[in-house]
Write a protein that binds this ligand. Structure first.
Ligand code: FAD
Ligand code: 2HG
Ligand code: ZN
Length: 472
C-alpha cells in the first residue's frame, strides 16, 4: 500500500471510525462487483459514513486529495454505475448506514428519509401511517432511495404514479467540494429559479451525493384486480392497453408485457412457477387495477377483457381470485432478471419509444437480428408496456467467450439503438447510462445536448472526482 493511500485511510478512519471503513478484501468483495456480475473493480477503501455530516467530511477530504468517489446504495443497478474501475485509486462511498426515516407527515402527504433507506422500508414507513409510497421494482428489498433517485428509477407502477423524479419533492445533497445543499423542501409548488433538484435526479452519482429526500405519499389501495392475458401479437396488446386505459383511467396501475420466450425462461429457471394459461401465447400481459376502495374493479377488468376476447383481440385470460394467485403471477414477471443471469450472457437494451412504435420496433429489430449473422441469439423481450419501455434483451450462450460477447454486443447495440433513434426513442429508459451505455450515449445524443451536460458536470464537479467514467 502506498504512503498516500495509507495516509488517506488514516484520515478516513478519523472521520467515520472503524465501523465506517472497510479495508479487508473479503469484506469489500460484495461492493466491488455489480448485481449482474458483469463489472468488477478495486478500491482504496469502502467508506460507510453514518450521517450527512460525516459524508460531507469524507467528500471534503476526497476533494482536497483529488480522490475519485463512487457512490453506492444497494448495488442493484443494471448499468455498472456503482462499480469502481480497477485502478484501486477510487473509494466507494456506501450510503447503507444512513438509513433513518427522518419524518413522516401524513397531512402534507410526504416523508423525509435518509438516502440509504431501503425502498421496501420506505414503503413500509408510509404504510404505517395509512399512506402509500408507489415506487415498486423487483430489487425493492435491497435498492435504496438514493439509488432510485440517482437513476430516476421506474418499475411497475410508473403508468399510474410516474417515475422517481415525479415522486420526489426535495433533496439534500453533499456537493463535490463537501458543502451540503439543503433542498429538503416539502413543497408542491416552488418556482424560485432553476430546478437544482431535477439536475441531481438521474445524475448517477456524477454531480454529488444525495443524502436525504422528501418523497410524496399517496392514498393506500384497498382493492385490486389482477389478470394475465395471452395475445398473438404485440399490436393486439397495445390495442388492449389503449382500451383498458380509456375504460379504467387512473385505476390502471400496471400493464407489464412478457414475450413467450421470457415466460418460458422464467418457468425453466425459477422454482415453483407454472404457466398461467393452458396454451402458450406469443405475448403475455400482466394487468392490474387498483383503487382506494372496491369500486367494482374485478367486474370492470372482466368487462374489458371479456369484450377483448369476444372481439378476438386477445387469445385467453386468467383472472386472479386470491392474493396468492396474484403473487404467483407477479413472481413470473419479476423473475425474469434472475432467470436471464442463470441461463446465459445477456446484452441488455433498456429502451423507450412512443407506445404506438413498440410493435413496429419489435418486428424490425427481430428481423434485423435474424439477418445479422449472429448465431445462437435468443430475444428476451419484456417490459413496462404502459410506459413504452421495453427490456429488449438478447441472450447468448453462457459458455460464450469474452470476445464473442463483445462482438455480439457491438453488433446488437448498433442494430437496436439505430432503430430506436430512427423512431425517436431513448436508448436508456430507466436503468441509467452508467458505464454500460456511456459510449452509446455519445453516439446518439445530440452534440449540443452533450456539450450542455458536460458544462453542467464541469460547473458542479470541476475536479471530476464524482463517479468518473460513468454517464458523461
Ligand atoms: P446502486 O446500484 O447502488 O447505484 C446506482 C447508481 O446510482 C450508481 O451510478 C450510483 O453511483 C448512484 N447512486 C446510488 N446512491 C446514490 C446516492 N445516494 N447519491 C448519488 N448517487 C447515488 N430499475 C428500474 O428502474 N425499474 C425496474 O423495474 C428495475 N427492476 C430491477 C429488478 C432487479 C431484480 C434488479 C437487480 C434491478 C432492477 N432495477 C430496476 C435496477 C435498480 O434496482 C435500480 O436502478 C435502483 O434504483 C438502483 O438502486 P441502488 O440503491 O441499488 O443503486
Ligand atoms: C425489470 O423491469 C427490470 O424487471 C430489469 O427493469 C430488466 O433485467 C432487465 O433487463
Ligand atoms: Zn424494468
Amino acid at each position: 500500500m502506498s504512503h498516500d493511500t495509507e495516509q488517506l485511510l488514516t484520515q478516513l478512519r478519523a472521520i467515520v471510525g472503524d465501523a465506517g471503513l472497510v479495508t479487508d478484501l473479503d469484506a469489500q468483495a460484495p461492493y466491488l462487483k455489480d448485481w449482474l456480475g458483469k463489472w468488477q473493480g478495486r478500491v482504496a477503501a469502502v467508506v460507510r459514513p453514518a450521517n450527512t455530516a460525516e459524508t460531507a467530511e469524507v467528500v471534503r477530504l476526497c476533494h482536497v486529495t483529488h480522490t475519485p468517489i463512487v457512490t453506492q446504495g444497494g448495488n442493484t443497478g443494471m448499468s455498472g454505475g456503482a462499480t469502481p474501475d480497477d485502478s484501486g485509486a477510487q473509494v466507494i462511498l456506501s450510503t447503507t448506514r444512513m438509513n433513518r426515516i427522518r419524518e413522516v407527515d401524513p397531512i402534507n402527504n410526504t416523508m423525509t428519509v435518509d438516502a440509504g433507506v431501503i425502498l421496501a422500508n420506505a414503503q413500509q414507513a408510509a404504510q404505517e401511517v395509512g399512506r402509500y409510497f408507489p415506487l415498486s421494482l423487483g430489487a425493492e428489498g435491497s435498492c435504496t432511495v438514493g439509488g432510485n433517485l440517482a437513476t430516476n428509477a421506474g418499475g411497475i407502477a410508473v403508468l399510474r404514479f410516474g417515475n422517481m423524479r415525479e415522486l420526489a419533492l426535495g433533496l439534500e445533497v453533499v456537493l463535490p467540494d463537501g458543502r451540503i445543499w439543503n433542498g429538503l423542501r416539502a413543497l408542491r409548488k416552488d418556482n424560485t429559479g432553476y430546478d437544482l433538484r431535477d439536475l441531481f435526479i438521474g445524475s448517477e452519482g456524477t454531480l454529488g451525493i444525495i443524502t436525504g429526500a422528501v418523497l410524496k405519499l399517496f392514498a393506500q389501495s384497498h382493492a385490486r384486480a389482477t389478470a394475465w392475458v395471452g395475445a398473438d401479437s404485440l399490436e393486439q396488446l397495445v390495442e388492449l392497453l389503449a382500451r383498458t386505459r380509456a375504460r379504467c383511467g387512473e385505476r390502471l396501475v400496471a400493464f407489464e408485457m412478457m414475450s413467450a420466450a421470457s415466460l418460458a425462461l422464467v418457468l425453466a429457471q425459477v422454482d415453483q412457477t407454472r404457466a398461467p394459461l393452458a396454451q402458450p401465447t406469443v405475448f403475455n400481459a400482466l394487468v392490474e387495477l387498483a383503487d382506494t376502495e372496491d369500486s367494482g374493479l374485478q367486474r370492470m377488468l372482466e368487462d374489458v377483457l371479456g369484450q377483448a376476447l369476444e372481439d378476438g383481440l386477445i387469445a385467453d385470460a386468467m383472472f386472479c381470485a386470491s392474493q396468492a394467485q396474484s403473487a404467483a403471477l407477479w413472481k413470473l414477471r419479476e423473475g425474469i432478471s434472475q432467470a436471464q443471469v442463470r441461463a446465459g450472457k445477456v446484452i441488455k437494451h433498456d429502451i423507450a419509444l412512443p407506445i404506438s412504435s413498440l410493435a413496429p420496433f419489435t418486428h424490425a429489430a427481430e428481423e434485423a437480428i435474424a439477418g445479422s449473422g449472429l448465431g445462437g441469439c435468443e430475444i428476451i423481450n419484456f417490459g413496462h408496456l404502459g410506459d413504452g419501455n421495453l427490456h429488449f434483451n438478447v441472450m447468448i450462450a453462457l459458455s460464450s467467450t469474452y470476445d464473442e460477447l463483445r462482438h455480439a454486443t457491438l453488433v446488437l447495440n448498433r442494430l437496436v439503438h439505430d432503430l430506436v433513434a430512427r423512431l425517436n426513442g431513448s436508448i436508456s429508459a430507466e436503468h441509467g447510462v452508467g458505464q454500460l451505455r456511456r459510449d452509446e450515449l455519445k453516439h446518439y445524443k445530440q452534440p449540443l445536448e452533450m456539450e450542455l451536460m458536460m458544462r453542467i458536470k464541469q460547473a458542479f464537479d470541476p475536479n471530476l472526482i464524482m463517479n468518473p467514467g460513468k454517464l458523461v
